[in-house]
Design a protein around this ligand. Sequence first.
Ligand code: SF4
Length: 335
Amino acid sequence: MNAETAPAPAIPRVILGISSCLLGQAVRFDGNHKYNGYIAETLGQVFEFRPFCPEMAIGLGVPRPPIRLVTGPDGLRARGVDDPARDVTAPLAEYALQVAGQLEGVSGYLFKKGSPSCGMERVSCFDEEGLPISGDGAGIFARTLMARCPELPVEEEGRLMDPVLRENFIERVFIYQRWQALCRDGLTAAGLVDFHTRHKFNLLAHDEPAYRALGRRVAEAGKGDIATPGRDYIRAVMTALKKPATPGTHTNVLQHIYGFLKDRLDGEGRGELLDCFEQYRLGQIPLIVPVTLLRHHLRRHPDGYIERQYYLNPHPHELMLRNLIWPSAWINAGA
Ligand code: SF4
């Protein structure tokens, strides 16, 4: 078998932790599940899932009496709805710490929304009399896991139906997976510089000031221990990437890339690209169109620096991302 006929090496699947009920496992308090077809069937083409059900793991069983979040003198607690004396806050938090220790190789986490255990945000909270007092709680398992692993990309299944939030989550997952691979191979100052360089345009599209501040931090990192600055760096990267990219910030990046190409294009090629950027900025075409046109020109006029940028190939094509046409109301509002 020669090199041309040999099968391509298998690309390791990206692993996501997930609330078990979203995959159709009948682990909810009432014996049901909350199967999410988009997650299981579309994301499942690309991601491998590692399911966790905290309420099952702490021995509550199926079916079980429901629990809810209660705000009282001891802070936020997870207590039985029918039996408020049954407080499962500590076991849920302990299980989250246990799971946090098992997430090596897991590059993101998808939570079930609204759950007093798994909800990431906006979970209903009650007072000790059982009256609803706010909708801004976070499930005990989810909030403990997020506090222990602040760099881990997380999202809720409900928010995942928003195409902007979905793309943002998936981009963070792939960037975090590359970071994990870099650390597995042994993080070095040179590796950190290369990682930062290759994600320049991803970061610019989300948060330009953060990109520049991170560059200064990377330049300092070679002067001593690399583990601590490396951990601080990836946490700051993940925070910056949560800031939504917009047609305005993406157009800024497209123009940066154009700057590397323009001297190699004729007038017609330059004009076509600039028109395409403007149509995207105005919300007439999705981002995939100018990105595909740029890739076409780069195949004909290769540029080593741009080819190493992850921005032009951030995630697998099967996920059909970057196909959103931004509503004009969002663009007029300054996005
Ligand atoms: S939301 Fe979490 S705790 Fe509730 S059934 Fe799903 S996985 Fe289990």
